[in-house]
Every structure is written in C-alpha cells, then in structure tokens.
Ligand binder design. Structure first.
Ligand code: CAA
Length: 280
C-alpha cells in the first residue's frame, strides 16, 4: 500500500472545495487546482467560511482550522501528488481529457481518483496508462458535513489502490462503503430515481412541492425532502445521472421526468442558479 501525504484536487467547484478542505483538516498537504482564477478565489473564501462555521460550532479547534488553511495551496494546473482527485463538472469528455492530462502530470506511483457521481470509473481508467491505479472516490454534498465516501472499483482497479484510498478517506474522518462499477454505483442508483419519482409526483399534481418534501421529511425522517435535496445537488446533475442510469441499464423505469428536463432547459438548476423547485 502506498502512503498518501500530498493530495491534488482538480476542479474548485462546491465539491472540489469541500474535498480540499476535508483533506487539509485530515492532515494532508493539498493543492486545489482550477483553470479559472475566480473559481479558486471563491473556493478559498468558501473554505474559510465553512471552517469558521465548524469552529464556531465547536466541531473544530482553532489550531486545527489554522493548520488546515496553511496546508491548502491553489494552482492553475494540477500538481503531482500521491493522490489526485478529479472533481470537475459531470461531463464525460471533459473528465476523459483531465484523466489523460493527470496521467502525464502524475508520478508513476500516484493514484488517480474521480469524484464522479455516475461516469464509469473503468472508462476514465482506460484514458490512462495506469488503470490499476484509478478508482472512484465519491464524496457527498456538503462534503465537510457528510460522513460517507463511496469508493468505486473499476474493472482493473487493484486491491492496493483501494486499500490506499480507504485509508486516506478514513484519515479525513470519513466512513467508506465500497461499490462496483455499475451505472450510478450504489448511492445514485437508489437516490436519484427517488428524486425523479418526486418530480413525477409534482408534474402529475399528486402533491405540491411542500407536500412532497414534507411527506419524505417527516414521514420517512429524511433530513431534507427530495425536491429540496435536488436543488442542493443541482437539477442538471440529477438529470445527467438519470440519463446515465437510463442509457446504462436500458430499463424504462429510469426514464428522466419531462418536468426535470424542462427545469434544466429553463436554467432552473437549483441553489446554484438561484432557482430550482424553490427560490433562493
Ligand atoms: N460547512 C460548514 N457548515 C455548513 C456547510 C459546510 N459546507 N454547509 C452547511 N453548513 C451549516 C449550515 O450553515 C448550518 O449552520 P447553522 O446551524 O448555524 O444554520 C448547519 O451546517 C446545519 O444546517 P441545518 O441546521 O440545516 O442542519 P441539518 O441537521 O439539517 O444538516 C445537512 C444539514 C447535513 C445538509 C442535512 O440537511 C442533510 O444531511 N441533508 C441531506 C444531504 C444529502 O443527502 N447529501 C447527499 C446528496 S447526494 C450527493 O452528494 C451525491 C451525488 O452524487 C448526487
């Protein structure tokens, strides 16, 4: 098992920033990279705000917060590290390009991981010359608060790679569940069809948005209703995952709800665009 000390996170969106923060709190030296300088600035201020909130709530002491901030560097290009975690937009062509690039930048022993929510790890691994060292590390949103990392084994992923990333995730304070490389893995195979069904309930007038969310929140003890959660995840991401399930499994039960398609077409993407099923 190769020991991981330095981590590069590629992509400074909401997920990338959360992963960088969690890794730095876990004691890793982190480089957060993004081609867009503004994205990096926003990510760093988001990390500062999140760490401040956690400190205020007594979940983190001040020394750990300060040390974590010192361990994070930013860069326009991905730096070599022991573990490189890609957290770019959920677009297969983009991710394939990034994996080919990371394979050039990273040293021979480095592990390449993807935070993809549904793109096959085996496909990303095939864009590199080290498929045994490619693995899925699927963090949940919001990363600093959620306990789980789903670790996905591609067809060629070695046991040694899995052992190394499980140890790294645990050092970040997370609990790992392992999954094999089928569409949507475990998490989104179950979660996103539930959200899609909630959108059907809305489209067909089974209930309004508040009723649908209240039933699942208070009736099933979910921390958020499915429509509120969809707004948090991003409706474009939910639609992309339904399409992966529909294409990959070929079963009509995974057809994306037409209302979900319309919201995405209208640019109502959830919290990030200011409007989804709710207004922000
Ligand atoms: N860092 C630090 N603090 C944060 C934060 C962050 N990134 N995000 C939110 N908080 C804070 C909030 O500001 C809030 O602070 P205050 O109490 O001071 O207002 C606090 O955390 C908690 O907020 P809540 O009072 O709403 O607390 P909660 O008990 O409802 O917990 C939650 C919030 C953990 C997000 C909870 O609602 C929850 O678990 N929701 C479900 C989330 C979920 O299912 N995530 C998975 C999505 S699927 C995914 O990510 C994978 C995919 O591929 C699609």
């Amino acid at each position: 098992m190769s020991e991981i000390r330095r981590i590069t996170v590629v992509g400074a969106g909401q997920m990338g920033a959360g992963i960088a923060q969690t890794a730095a709190v876990g004691g890793f030296d982190v480089t957060l990279s993004d081609v867009a300088p503004r994205q990096l600035e926003q990510a760093v201020s988001g990390i500062e705000a999140s760490l401040a909130k956690l400190t205020e709530k007594g979940r983190l002491d001040e020394a750990t917060r300060d040390a974590a901030l010192e361990r994070i560097q930013t860069a326009a290009e991905p730096a070599d590290a022991d573990l490189l975690i890609e957290a770019a937009t959920e677009n297969v062509e983009l991710k394939l390009r990034i994996f080919a690039q990371l394979d050039e930048v990273a040293g021979d022993g480095a592990i390449l991981a993807s935070n993809t929510s549904s793109i096959p790890i085996t496909r990303l691994a095939a864009a590199t010359k080290r498929p045994q060292q490619v693995v899925g590390m699927h963090f949940m949103n919001p990363v600093p608060l959620m306990q789980l990392v789903e670790v996905i084994r591609g067809l060629e992923t070695s046991d040694e790679t899995v052992t190394s990333v499980v140890a790294a995730a645990e050092a970040m304070g997370k609990t790992v569940a392992e999954a094999n490389d089928y569409p949507g893995f475990i998490s989104n195979r179950i979660l996103v069809p539930m959200i899609n069904e909630a959108v059907y309930c809305l489209m067909e007038g089974v209930g309004d948005r508040e009723s649908i969310d209240t039933v699942m929140k208070l009736g099933m003890n979910h921390p958020m209703g499915p429509l509120t959660l969809a707004d948090l995840i991003g409706l474009d991401t939910c639609l992309a995952i339904m399409e992966v399930l529909h294409d990959g499994l070929g079963d009509d039960k995974y057809r994306p709800c037409p209302l979900l398609r319309s919201y995405v077409a209208a640019g109502r993407l959830g919290r990030k665009s200011g409007r989804g099923f709710y207004e922000y």
